[in-house]
Each structure stands twice: as structure tokens, then as C-alpha cells.
Design a protein around this ligand. Structure first.
Ligand code: ADP
Length: 282
């Protein structure tokens, strides 16, 4: 199974701090970790680790952060031939502060991600396609227009999109706050719509009617960063394999739950064996 992901590539700087700062406040005593991230790259790696061959289209800067941002994609053999190096903008960065309860504050500097323009896309995108909303919306819209096969759009972060995009998507994935942002618009097309509910799992709708639901195995969550992206990669792999809606939701919930038990986004993404094992044992 060959999947194309058109999306963001970031380097995440995660400061684990005793508390989160209020506006104007400085919090000291934090420890820093750096992890590859970006919703696009996270979803690409999630699908690849679960058995797909993924081709990533995106953009990084000509700087020292690019290699680090791409390291885990390369280590897992994601095809990064569609990732261009931008001479002017830096690699995308997310500055993340996390407190001991796992609450976070995130500032994203999109950098090169915002310079992925429609001209960078192939005229036709063959095979299944996965998209998120961390690129210019015109690029997301253009990619959907050039897709010839299954299209999954993860509408995160929520922002206005065309009715055409919402109708074309075979699968839309949103969390609860994104679902509230789009409301009934999500259900205008004939595709499936999945709403993720954190530790409560996920529900799948078609034409506004609930058609499947699943709950994740009970886990000790330490960091939910990357859980939503893991879910997206996993549900696409499962549906494209021909699994039923119910089975695909169960698979994706289990994958997301494992990601929530480990720190960071990409380092936390599970393998196929790990997902199958937790499903069998729960
Ligand atoms: P997002 O991070 O995009 O807001 P959610 O919080 O809804 O997305 O999480 C996505 C999926 O990850 C959930 O449907 C669930 O399967 C899994 N997940 C997230 N948090 C937990 C948790 N605390 N325990 C178990 N599974 C979780």
C-alpha cells in the first residue's frame, strides 16, 4: 500500500517545566527535549510504521534543523523525495511547554511549511492521500483537487475550507473542538467522518448518522502529543486494507492510546506488532 502525505514537517522543542508561564512571566527550572514533529510528518511516520509505504511531500529550511526534523522519517524508510529545501524560510518549529500534569502551551512558527505552494504538487496525485491543515489552505485544496483515489483530510488546526473539499473527502478526521468548529458542514458529503474523543475513543459517522464507535484500551497516558496524528495514520492504513469501520476504529484507537503512553510525537508512534498485541490483550 503506497500512501502520499502532503503536510507539515517541524522540529519540536519541548520544555518540561514545573508550571506554565502566565503572560509576561518567566518560568525557570525546565528541561529541554527536541523531537521531529509536524502533523504531516507524524501521520506519515505513523502509517509507515503500521505497514504502508509512505511518500512525503513538504518543505524544510536550509538549516541545521532540517536534518533533525527528517531523521525519523528517513530511519523508517519514508520516501522523502517530495520534500524540498527552501533557501529562504527556516524549518518549521513548534515551541512546546509542558507542565507536570501534561497541560501544554504551543507556539508554532510554520517557516518553510507555509511555502509549500500548489506548484510543488504533482499534476495528479496517484493512490491514497492524507492531508492536514498546517500548510497554506490553497495547497490543501489543490492537493484534494488533484487526488485520484482515497482522500483523508485531518481538519487540524481548524480553519475555513471549501465545501468542495468537504464533499470530496472520503474520510474526515477531527477532534472534539474541531468538530464543534465545523458543525454540520462536516456531514455534507457522503464520506465517513471520524470524531476522536481522547481517552473516550472515537466515533464514525456517515451522512450524519453514527455508524461505528470504539474505545481505546486503558493506558497510563503521559503525553498525548502525537496521539491524534497516530490515530489518523492508523485509521487510513486499516480502512485501506479493507478492515470494517468498527475494526479500523478499534485499530486506530489502540494505536493512539499507545502513542499517548510515551513522550514526544514521532518517538511515541507504535509498530504494527505493538498495536496488534495491545488489541489482543485487552
Ligand atoms: P487530539 O490529540 O488530536 O486532540 P484526541 O485527544 O482525541 O486527539 O486523541 C486521539 C486518539 O488518541 C483518541 O481517539 C484515542 O484513541 C487516543 N488517546 C488520546 N488520549 C488518550 C488517553 N489518555 N488514553 C487512551 N487513548 C488516548
Amino acid at each position: 500500500m503506497r500512501i502520499t502525505v502532503v503536510g507539515s514537517i517541524n522540529l519540536d522543542f519541548v520544555a518540561s517545566a514545573p508550571s506554565l508561564p502566565a503572560a509576561g512571566e518567566t518560568v525557570t527550572g525546565a528541561t529541554l527535549a527536541r523531537h521531529p514533529g509536524g502533523k504531516g510528518a507524524n501521520q506519515a511516520l505513523a502509517a509507515q510504521r503500521l505497514g504502508a509505504q509512505v511518500c512525503m511531500i513538504g518543505r524544510v529550511g536550509r538549516d541545521g534543523m532540517a536534518e533533525e526534523a527528517l531523521a525519523l522519517l528517513l530511519a523508517d524508510d519514508v520516501d522523502t523525495g517530495g520534500v524540498l529545501t527552501d533557501a529562504e524560510a527556516p524549518t518549521g518549529v513548534a515551541l512546546i511547554a509542558v507542565d507536570p500534569d501534561g497541560e501544554n502551551q504551543i507556539v508554532v512558527a510554520a517557516g518553510a511549511n507555509h511555502r509549500v505552494m500548489p506548484e510543488q504538487l504533482p499534476a495528479r496525485i496517484e493512490g491514497p492521500l492524507i492531508l492536514q491543515m498546517e500548510l497554506p489552505v490553497e495547497t490543501v485544496e489543490a492537493a484534494v483537487g488533484r487526488a485520484t483515489d482515497f482522500v483523508c483530510v485531518n481538519l487540524a488546526p481548524a480553519a475555513p475550507v471549501s465545501d468542495q473539499l468537504l464533499r470530496r473527502a472520503d474520510l474526515i478526521v477531527v477532534n472534539e473542538s474541531e468538530a464543534a468548529f465545523y458543525g454540520d458542514l462536516l456531514h455534507h458529503g457522503g464520506g465517513r467522518v471520524v470524531v476522536t474523543l481522547g481517552a473516550r475513543g472515537a466515533e464514525m459517522y456517515q451522512r450524519g448518522a453514527l455508524i461505528a464507535s470504539a474505545t481505546p484500551p486503558k493506558v497510563k497516558a503521559v503525553d498525548a502529543t502525537g496521539a491524534g496524528d497516530c490515530f489518523v495514520g492508523a485509521i487510513c492504513v486499516a480502512l485501506l486494507e479493507g478492515q470494517s469501520s468498527e475494526a479500523a476504529l478499534t485499530f486506530a484507537c489502540a494505536a493512539g492510546a499507545i502513542a499517548a503512553t510515551r513522550p514526544g510525537a514521532q518517538p511515541s508512534l507504535p509498530t504494527r506488532d505493538e498495536v496488534e498485541e495491545i488489541i489482543t490483550s485487552s
